[in-house]
Design a binder for this molecule. Structure first.
Ligand code: ZN
Length: 282
């Protein structure tokens, strides 16, 4: 983080010099170049699920894998037009194992990872936008993306959350997983099935990517801070009326609190869907 801030100061200083030399040229450059010095930032876009992995829950009508891919492809177009080097973990309806997705992200030194998902729940009233990060270096990116997506969506704001999803734990670059609404929510599901709304989601995510450095340097209280977003265990977000599950979760909670180093049980070769299913409502 400190290195990034130091770089930002250098970039800011560079802006001052440039503004004296040629303000018009600088304006043109900043609108095109995602990074003023060095190679362009690589954005690895990860469309959740794919292939046999449809995403969501069995009773779900809207296929998550299709919605994530469509938003990802729109985001790709937007970011490429802004000068970013864009890499897709999948660009068609294929299944890509989570370790492969992570390996793609980690193969780029100067990269950020944006994972796109939609939520699902048995309780149809569940709704809203939530954005996940794990490593502290990922918080500015998560805050920026969440600020724009939650601000631009008609859905409720479920907040920026810190949790050890496989793709967030294993990536060595700033990584974010954004849940762009609940496909099982009638209102959000209707929105997501329109092209204009999926385009809107992509535009808001792109705005967050572009704004991530200003969030890192900003002290504004509108954004989440590292201290305000504690690490959440998987069971924290689980709301269920099933008493057996509640008891099971309670036992897990006790065992986890007695072993703070206990690792998550997400499967490396499985789908994030399974993890999310276990963690989200229902
Ligand atoms: Zn998903």
């Amino acid at each position: 983080m400190s290195i990034r801030l130091w770089q930002l100061h250098l970039i800011t200083a560079g802006f001052s010099v440039a503004s004296v030399a040629c303000a018009a040229s600088r304006a043109a450059q900043t609108s095109r170049d995602p990074q003023i010095s060095g190679s362009p930032t690589t954005v690895v876009i990860d469309a959740g699920h794919g292939g046999f992995d449809r995403g969501g829950i069995p009773s779900q009508r809207i296929p998550e894998k299709e919605m994530t891919l469509d938003v990802a492809q729109r985001l790709k177009t937007l970011l490429a037009a802004s000068g970013y080097n864009v890499v897709m973990t999948r660009d068609s309806d294929v299944f890509v194992p989570l370790p492969s997705r992570v390996a793609i992200a980690n193969s780029y030194r100067n990269a950020i990872f944006v994972c796109i998902h939609f939520n699902s729940a048995n309780r149809i009233g569940a709704g809203g936008i939530e954005t996940y990060f794990y490593g502290r270096d990922s918080l500015p990116l998560a805050s920026a993306i969440h600020y724009y997506v939650a601000g631009g969506a008609p859905s409720s704001n479920r907040g920026v959350r810190r949790r050890g999803f496989y793709v967030l734990r294993k990536t060595t670059v700033p990584a974010v997983l954004v849940e762009c609404g609940f496909l099982t929510n009638p209102t959000e599901g209707e929105y997501v099935q329109t092209v204009s709304y999926r385009q809107k989601l992509a535009e808001e995510i792109a705005a967050g990517v572009r704004a991530r450095n200003s969030v890192a340097a900003s002290s504004t209280t509108r954004m989440a801070t590292a201290d305000s977003v504690p690490l959440q265990s998987y069971i924290d977000q689980t709301k269920t009326s099933n008493s057996e599950r509640s008891r099971r979760h309670s036992r897990k909670k006790r065992s986890r609190s007695s072993s703070s180093k206990k690792k998550s049980s997400s499967k490396a070769t499985g789908s994030e869907a399974n993890v999310i299913l276990n963690e989200q409502e229902g």
